[in-house]
Design a protein around this ligand. Sequence first.
Ligand SMILES: [Zn+2]
Length: 321
Amino acid sequence: MITIGMDIGGTKIAVGFLDEDGKLQGFKKANTAKVFAQKGDAAEALQLFLGDYFSEIGISRDQVQGVGIGVPAVLDSHTQEVVSTPYIPKLNNYPLGLLLAPRLGVPVIVENDVNLIAVGEHHYGRGKGLTDFACVFVGTGLGCGLILNNRLYTGADGAAAEFGHLIYDHQGRKCGCGATGCFEAYCSGVGLTHDAKQIFSQAEIEAFYAKGKKGEYALAELLIKSARMGHPQAQEAIEEAFFILGLAVTDLVNLINPQLVILGGGIVNGWPEALDIVRDVVQKKARSVTKKRVVIDYPILKDKAGLYGAASLVNLSLENK
Ligand SMILES: [Zn+2]
């Protein structure tokens, strides 16, 4: 018997399965827009996609215990709707698990993608053996997953750990969520894009896109690359963004007193020095007992953590039944 783990991102869908020995196998990536371009609704598109995947890896549906799916959105635990997915319109306010499970004939669990990264790191990665830790992921947005008291903490409605939307400056930048001054508007792909637009001329931005780059938030990459090549304003902007992230992590450390904060995501991969900046801010600003033992470190499972988490959350829910 196997369990399927899936991660639906704005641009790519990743899928794999956890075998009986707890090894992730059959890793595959597909283009999100292509998968959802099929006729019909999201459940129909994913049923087709998974049907093809099962044939490719040579398994029949009765060998599948369940499917875990990560989405870049909040889940409403009462209605099981995926709430607010601007980059994947077919999933917006859509009860994916409820509609996909009967089509596949197996249990389907849908959860926020960074929550699943936290579960993956808890069972198979950097958080193994720990009871209280946070995963902070800086990608296009600023996400977080919390393991508290040895289990995933999702709050009263499934919407806990919206760390990126804690407020840094109530008169500051507009955030994509509609509020003003969220941390995400400063330290994320979105935040660095905002900085890039202040720093680079229109000609420099056009030259960057002429190299085949796509999407507004690719400008974060321009900022990071320029900083790496010694552009002083770009360096300053990145260091400021991670200093602000350090303040957010200090708040988090003071609030939940974790053993560990895992810091990952594409933007951190692009600027690994972020870890030292955040560690330094936390050591200077967090409360004394809390900061004495807290460890701040990179994740171990890299881009596979969400798949491990998705599959293991299905296994956990089956064990609890
Ligand atoms: Zn926000």
